[in-house]
Ligand binder design. Structure first.
Ligand code: DGP
Length: 115
């Protein structure tokens, strides 16, 4: 775990967050700057810097993240109205924390194309 990684510190409980889901592979918590009524970050416990750093060994993990996104949306009752899972890769796409994470957004109409 890189000592300077914000999300590693959140996962370790060293920085407070509102955790809504956890299992052996991932933790999900409320985004500090929500862009929708439901805005959670699904973060693997494994420190992976960006999407470009994924390997085939992570295939099951990424599939699991989408399963978790659907489960959270279902359990919080915003699945049927629609939701979005977003991964920003590198600065040009808006990535600001260098530990891969997936935004789960819902609870309002989500327009397309995104900004
Ligand atoms: P991105 O820009 O795609 O790398 O997303 C990073 C998200 O992380 C951004 O929406 C805000 C959120 N964030 C940044 N710092 C904190 C924090 O300390 N706590 C929580 N809960 N979220 C944070």
């Amino acid at each position: 775990m890189p000592e300077e990684c914000l999300f590693c510190k959140i996962l370790a409980g060293e920085i407070q967050s509102n955790i809504i889901y956890r299992d052996d592979l991932v933790v999900a918590f409320e985004d500090v700057n929500p862009q929708a009524p439901h805005h959670y970050l699904i973060v693997p416990r494994k420190h992976i810097r960006t999407t470009l750093d994924l390997s085939t060994a992570d295939n099951e993990l990424i599939g699991h993240i989408y399963q978790v996104a659907g489960k959270i949306a279902h359990d919080m009752e915003f699945a049927e109205e629609g939701f979005r899972v977003v991964n920003n890769c590198n600065e040009g796409a808006g990535q600001s924390v260098w530990h891969i994470h997936f935004h789960l957004l819902g609870g309002r109409d989500l327009t397309w194309p995104p900004g």
